[in-house]
Design a protein. Structure first.
Length: 282
């Protein structure tokens, strides 16, 4: 009986959060170990299915960097990185598109099995993401120059869950590989999302990444900007995206550890929450 009562209490604790976020758009950038470990992947998909079925409007933006690297290695294509981004010539870009398509449709299938109507897209569909070349030395790596979310709004209104691969096109219809964090940020801003969530392989943002006890549970954009000079690589890009999203109208941005089972439910529907929350200065 005590165990049953505990379960009831958990549901009661979740109720005000379900009420608060019902019908709100939630952008989830999905990557890291939560994509590679099948048990973790299933936990994330279960979480997202539950968010959808209780009335939220989640959108998934996924990466695929490690899978792309693995395929390049199998085919004898050498991967090069600059500024934390993959150098993408024509051959690498075609390979990336193939791998991202496979990942995308696998996620669609997984969510369909959980009773959610999912639709797989990339930024080329419906003119969703317009790009320009980020840097001549990076090849077909794109910077987002425009966003058209009309297709996403149409899908959300018809109760579909969009799953988006980070590809876009320029005015000459060239395909570009885009950093998935940048895609998640751009879409969350344009959609005026209630939340933007980054699932990664860290517990959150640390004041000192050498000290596991220095996890920052809540930080304002001005405090986050002060930390930027001490960061590099993927975390620098991610925190810049968090700041940009907050300052552009996204109410809350979260960095969560995707290695924790049901991290999304713990953050969304419990009083304690986990990870790091980034908010605008009051």
């Amino acid at each position: 009986m005590q165990e049953t009562l505990k379960k009831a209490q958990i549901l009661i604790e979740a109720l005000p959060y379900i009420r608060k976020f019902s019908s709100k758009i939630i952008c989830i950038k999905y990557g890291g170990s939560a994509m590679e470990n099948e048990a973790l992947k299933h936990c994330v998909m279960e979480d997202i299915a539950l968010l959808k079925l209780v009335g939220l409007k989640p959108i998934i933006i996924h990466g695929g960097g490690k899978d792309i690297s693995n395929f390049c290695e199998k085919l004898g294509i050498k991967s090069a990185f600059k500024q934390g981004l993959r150098v993408s010539d024509t051959e690498t870009t075609k390979l990336a598109e193939m791998v991202l398509y496979q990942i995308n449709k696998g996620l669609v299938q997984h969510l369909q099995s959980l009773g959610v109507r999912a639709v797989g897209l990339c930024g080329k569909d419906g003119g969703l993401l317009h790009c320009t070349k980020k840097d001549a030395n990076l090849g077909f790596v794109g910077t987002i120059s425009g966003v058209d979310t009309a297709l996403l709004h149409a899908l959300l209104e018809r109760d579909y869950l969009p799953i988006i691969a980070p590809l876009g096109m320029d005015e000459n219809l060239n395909t570009y590989n885009i950093n998935a964090d940048d895609v998640a940020c751009a879409l969350a801003k344009d959609l005026k999302a209630e939340k933007l969530v980054f699932l990664s392989d860290i517990a959150g943002l640390y004041a000192d990444f050498e000290d596991e006890n220095s996890l920052i549970s809540r930080i304002t954009t001005s405090e986050a900007k002060a930390l930027l000079p001490s960061l590099q690589g993927g975390m620098l890009i991610k925190l810049k995206s968090c700041i940009d999203a907050c300052e552009s109208g996204v109410k809350r941005v979260h960095i969560l550890d995707g290695r924790v089972e049901h991290a999304l439910l713990l953050e969304f529907f419990t009083d304690e929450g986990i990870g790091t929350l980034v908010v605008r200065d009051e």
